[in-house]
Design a binder for this molecule. Sequence first.
Ligand code: KMH
Ligand code: ZN
Length: 274
Amino acid sequence: MEKLIISACICGAEVTKEQNPNVPYTVEEIVREAKSAYDAGAALIHLHVREDDGTPTQSKERFQVCVDAIRKECPDAIIQPSTGGAVGMTDLERLESTEITPTPEMATLDCGTCNFGGDDIFVNTNTTIENFAKILKERGIKPELEVFDKGMIDLAMKVADRKGLLVHPLHWDFVLGVQMNATIEDLVIMKNAIPAGSTWTATGIGKTAWDIAAGTIAMGGHVRVGFEDNLYLEKGVLAKSNGEMVAKAVEIAKLLGRPIATPAEAREILSLPP
Ligand code: KMH
Ligand code: ZN
């Protein structure tokens, strides 16, 4: 089976130290978490950044400082800034994370609007999707197409792909348990809905994380783990680090006979330049 790319979503925009004191806010904490994930086997770091008090920000200056500092500790990791940011941010604000130097190899591209817990709405209109796809293509950044349900796969194809704004092969990230349920049946629906030749990663939010990780690894997909999506190593046990969660994914992969991709192997699988 193809080698497994492990992505670590080390920080996110919503989770807090009140929920798990190991959630990183400062540059030093973000670097600590990126390094723990990288050392444990993550090839890709999905990155959000915060102000020191935990406020989410898409400031290009803050991204630049964090990416430069991560790069020193994780020299060959794929660093993938979020363009989703946090609920309520403007499109221009969200795109700032892609304006760092050197230009990131990848960034997320969220493919639809969804209910995001409580009364929060994560807004990605058709114009937003189209503009983000166009800008990422112009900047030579490979999008990770973030899809929270099957309709978002259809929307990405209609709104961006049919207009020639996506470069194939596509790479998808199925974020299950936000809007769509997070069962193995849901995973199968998503896997069967993407165009042939695509690569895909999946993650389950909260208590669904480990079932989705195991199912994904068995099905040949790639896996995302980390504080952004889940704060627990197992029921009732808060994770001490992102590295601990990556190590658990490595262990599941080992049990299922799936070798882990290095960053160089991940670039090859994702059709990124070496
Ligand atoms: N924080 C969410 C509102 C992404 O990184 O592209 C959006 C998000 C998706 O996390
Ligand atoms: Zn994110």
